[in-house]
Write a protein that binds this ligand. Sequence first.
Ligand SMILES: [Zn+2]
Length: 288
Amino acid sequence: MQQMLIDGGSSVSVIDCLEKQMPFWDKTLEVMVATHPDSDHIGGLSNVLESYIVPLIITNQQTKETADFDRFQQAVTRQVATGGNHLIGSEGFHFMLDNNVDVSILNPSYDQAQSVSWVSQKSETLLSAVETQSVPADTDYNNQSVVMMVSFNQLDILLTGDLETSGEQALLRKNLINEVEVLKVGHHGAKTSTSPEFIAKTSPEISVISVGKNNRYGHPNAEVITQLEESGSLILRTDQVSTFTLSSDGRTIWRDQPLSVPRLKVLIANWLKNLVFFKTQTKTGSRF
Ligand SMILES: [Zn+2]
């Protein structure tokens, strides 16, 4: 059984989520991905790094001058000092979970020479050499989100972080996107993401929107919702259904339904946690 956590929401509450999902004896979270350094995505991850062994931590190249990012950076540095690996995620990298769940990184795309880890305090000179993007929010900032395709037999799940329209366009231009069964809708359903072209190309059966109730940004955008509905996609919003799980045997997708067949389990939690958690159990007959 292997687990992967993508983003950790803004607070320590991510730990409750993990404790419910991980067996009590399992203190190894195989992969952690921080899609980008905004606090609503990485705020809870330092707590996770303090509670679990995380052999592989994937982030993008960006850093951010916030207390949350400082804590995260220090926690990543400590993991690396005790044997963990920090990888700057970049297009073309892929790995397997439990030998049959393929995870491909589609974005951002960095030159290999640019892939410099920011974990070590000594890396400051390296970081300035590659112009690490410690920048405030603008459209290009979200477009460096780590985007991943998770594939298990016939099931494809696309996770776009806070990617916006121009980032989506780049993926379409590079022909990296095909039809998917599940789309984690970009940037909490904001109108700056999920263009009609992107919906047409991905044609998701299920669209997942991680968004808080009555959030001050007005996410998700009504037009985005309408376009997804018109495409025939089932929309699951965490402000309406809170935390939920999807399970799949690689063909069929079930919602909130325990199964005893080999499957991939995906937990999607609400905006405050803002996380996607994958758990594989691919041995026939084994229980989760
Ligand atoms: Zn966000």
